[in-house]
Design a protein around this ligand. Structure first.
Ligand SMILES: [Fe+2]
Length: 390
């Protein structure tokens, strides 16, 4: 079978019934709009999403995908929209990956359509009924990072200006990928410093050692059971690791008191969610964690603190953390009381479902508990069946 590849310069893919794409001037205007939208650490929408939106506006395909090179021989669909949406999260290997690697090395925009019977068309028209497409390599600092792919439902007139526009968008995608990697590195750095601090505080108190890690394991599993997206599960996990960071500012005499706190001491202890929030707020990268940290002692019936929030007004991550936090506290020895048994703690959660706790979250906890318990068992010797978190 003939394998003819169409390239940009000065190629135009055209056929009867073709559709016209925007003019060169419209492309330049559109590129400027995308470039302006790529603010570092843009709130809400990621830079890769902005690039994909830009491709959508400028070249009007049926589907757009941004693929990133994980390692030689493995390229993943990092972001995909339109008819290619279902490819999101998939990884290419074998022949499609080898073809893409070849393209990345040659550093050229490639155009293809079904009548060419090119290898590109056979491999990269991912959605059913698509007639044509284009691939632009994504490179930065001379390194291949991935590719920008479009699929069109009908043949199209793709001129040199459209290829140049696509290549510019691929360059922006490269900047976005590098920015994303940088952001992840920074987040990891901040997290490692703050988690180390939390662990150091917990390690000073044998009654709370490992508490945040267990709360994180229970909470992430509950969030997954409740159908939350993976990005929110990640926020929950990290917020749990830091939820009691505010205890740094609480007097050790109160933290380690061998009997119940008096009213004045309890008032000081109850400030820890607000102190925790104020510790983390200066770090913009950690802002998504603030609602969970601030509200993990709110009660479903509005009797909690610091804001007395009620029902669904309490952020879902905080409703989840409250159940995990309470269970782990109840099943751990404290200086002033012995731990409850797991069964007694589960009964206590059920008894307080609808008052202290969101009933849906308590139900999720009961479902995930056996599996998470097995995972955690190697982390601490379980006390006999191991009461409310301070
Ligand atoms: Fe707490």
């Amino acid at each position: 079978m003939a394998t003819q590849t169409k390239r940009t310069k000065p190629t135009t893919v055209a056929a009867p019934g073709t559709r016209n794409l925007p003019s060169a001037l419209e492309i330049i205007r559109g590129l400027n709009e995308v470039a302006r939208s790529l603010e570092p650490f843009h709130e809400g929408t990621s830079s890769l999403e902005q690039v994909a939106c830009g491709v959508d506006r400028l070249l009007r395909p049926k589907g757009v995908a941004i693929l990133t090179r994980l390692r030689p021989g493995e390229i993943a669909f990092r972001h995909a929209t339109g008819v290619l949406h279902e490819c999101s999260g998939f990884t290419l290997s074998g022949r499609p990956c080898a073809l893409l690697e070849d393209l990345l090395l040659r550093d050229e925009v490639v155009l293809f359509h079904t009548r060419q019977q090119s290898p590109w068309a056979r491999e990269f028209l991912f959605a059913a009924g698509m007639q044509g497409g284009a691939l632009a390599p994504i490179r930065a600092h001379g390194e291949p990072l991935g590719a920008l792919l479009l699929n069109h439902a009908v043949p199209f007139r793709f001129g040199a200006e459209h290829a140049a526009g696509l290549q510019s968008l691929a360059t922006m995608a490269g900047v976005a990928i590098l920015e994303d990697a940088q952001r992840t590195k920074l987040e990891d750095l901040f997290m490692s410093v703050i988690v180390s601090l939390t662990m150091a505080i917990e390690a000073k108190d044998p009654y709370t050692e490992g508490h945040s890690v267990r709360v994180a394991a229970y909470s992430e599993a509950m969030g997954k059971r409740l159908g939350l997206p993976s990005s929110q599960l990640d926020v929950i996990h990290r917020a749990c690791l830091l939820h009691d960071i505010g205890k740094i500012a609480v007097d050790e005499g109160i933290l380690h008191k061998g009997e119940r706190l008096d009213r004045r001491e309890k008032e000081k202890m109850d400030l820890h969610p607000l102190i925790g929030e104020s510790i983390l707020r200066p770090i913009e990268l950690l802002w998504p964690l603030l609602p969970g940290v601030r509200s993990h002692h709110e009660h479903y019936d509005g009797t909690g603190y610091p804001d007395g929030l009620k029902g669904n007004a309490i952020p879902v991550e905080a409703r989840i953390m409250a159940v995990a936090d309470a269970f782990d506290a109840m099943t751990s020895d404290r200086p002033y009381r012995r731990a409850l048994s797991e069964q007694a703690a589960l009964d206590e959660l059920r008894r307080n479902a609808g008052t202290h706790f969101d009933p849906r979250v308590v139900a999720a906890f009961e479902e995930i508990f056996p599996a998470v318990k097995r995972t955690l068992e190697h982390m601490r010797p379980r006390q006999e069946m191991v009461s409310a978190p301070r």
